[in-house]
Design a protein around this ligand. Structure first.
Ligand SMILES: [Zn+2]
Length: 365
């Protein structure tokens, strides 16, 4: 199996499947489809805004009991990063750990299940726009097409087999304040737009824990003022200003709770408005659910060591499934340098990932 996973992964790395390279995105999905066509599994191809996706299922359904989710797109890289390199137990190349390695495991598992005449209800979803927000991939498929699963496994997060069942939500906002411009010597006759934003920001800050917070995991809501625009001269009262906020929040908070909080604060100031630039609900799966406990037990058997739960500060594709009440588990093989130079994945850990997945789905027949 090791050799099969290695070969498949090296083929996947050769595709320069970056966000704007429509031809290569199509090419890499064609490759997966061609590879799995003869298995007799049900293959469904989707496309939105030139972003292709492929759903492979053991039964004829959009919602298998267990759904594995992977993305075949990668972030930009130098030409040489698309030439895979096997050195010892490592395969180097763009996308090796994020996450063509895990996609190779998913492909080989699909073939294995087909060969074994597997009778359970399992699916594999491959998308091509995760690195740019998943709007035309997972979001479209879950919200508009109805793709899902009772239990969704995303091998794209956490360090080396950590089990991630909780992830923070995100809300990106632009807040715009209007004022009245007068000379800087006569501020009493004007209305300072920047002042309003700073007051709002200071008031919002009181709703978030201050650092040092005492929690080594920082499992709490955070706010970042990322950008401020406004004013043009030292002796003028600005009549327009905008600020950009990046708010991250833990379950059970929802996007609507955070938005209400911002709305309430803003409403105290005249002529201030806001716009949601993007948002995502947090991920929450009960770590004592039977699915999670069984996965953990199998992972510990295969790895011959304890695996730990962890929490994810950044947003993942898990948010689209979790908000619909599906159970989500995020994990990953060993590897380093995600989005950087010399990205690699440990091949032994890919074989272990395969074995964990195989044993896990075997029990679901
Ligand atoms: Zn903290």
């Amino acid at each position: 199996m090791r050799e099969r996973i290695e070969n498949t992964l090296m083929e996947l790395i050769k595709f320069k499947s970056t966000a704007n390279n429509i031809k290569e995105l199509k090419g890499v999905v064609d490759y997966v489809e061609d590879n799995l066509r003869l298995t007799g599994l049900t293959l469904r191809r989707f496309e939105k805004n030139y972003k292709p996706s492929l759903l492979v299922t053991t039964r004829d359904t959009l919602k298998p009991k267990i759904l594995f989710v992977g993305h075949l797109d990668v972030v930009d890289a130098k030409d040489e990063d698309f030439v895979p390199r096997l050195e010892g137990n490592r395969i180097y190349g763009r996308g090796s750990i994020d996450m063509k390695g895990s996609c190779a495991v998913m492909m080989e598992l699909a073939k294995e299940l087909a060969a074994e005449k597997y009778r359970g209800d399992v699916g594999f979803l491959f998308t091509t726009d995760e690195e740019v927000g998943s709007k035309d991939g997972v979001q479209y498929l879950v919200e508009d097409v109805g793709v899902g699963g009772e239990f969704v496994i995303i091998p794209d997060g956490g360090h080396g087999f950590q089990l991630i069942v909780e992830g923070k939500g995100v809300l990106h906002l632009k807040i715009v304040a209007k004022g009245r411009s007068v000379h800087g010597s006569r501020v009493f006759e004007g209305e300072n737009a920047l002042d309003k934003l700073f007051n709002i920001y200071n008031e919002l800050l009181t709703r978030f824990p201050k650092e040092p917070c005492g929690d080594p995991e920082h499992w709490h809501n955070t706010i970042n003022l990322g950008k401020v625009v406004g004013g043009d001269s030292v002796n003028r009262v600005p009549d327009y200003a905008e600020m950009y906020l990046d708010i991250r929040f833990v379950p059970p908070y929802k996007v609507s709770d955070i938005e209400s909080m911002v709305k309430e604060t803003i409403s105290k100031y005249p002529r201030v408005d806001y716009e949601v630039l993007s948002s995502g609900e947090p991920v929450f799966t009960d770590r004592n659910s039977p699915f999670i406990l069984r996965f953990k037990k199998i992972a510990e058997e295969v790895l011959k060591k304890k695996v730990n739960f962890a929490r994810e500060h950044g947003a993942t594709d898990g948010r689209f499934f979790s908000v619909k009440g599906m159970q989500v588990l995020i994990t990953a093989p060993y590897g380093e340098n995600v989005h950087g130079d010399n990205e690699w994945v440990d091949v032994v850990s890919l074989v272990q990932l395969f074995e964990i997945f195989r044993r896990f789905v075997q029990k679901e027949q």
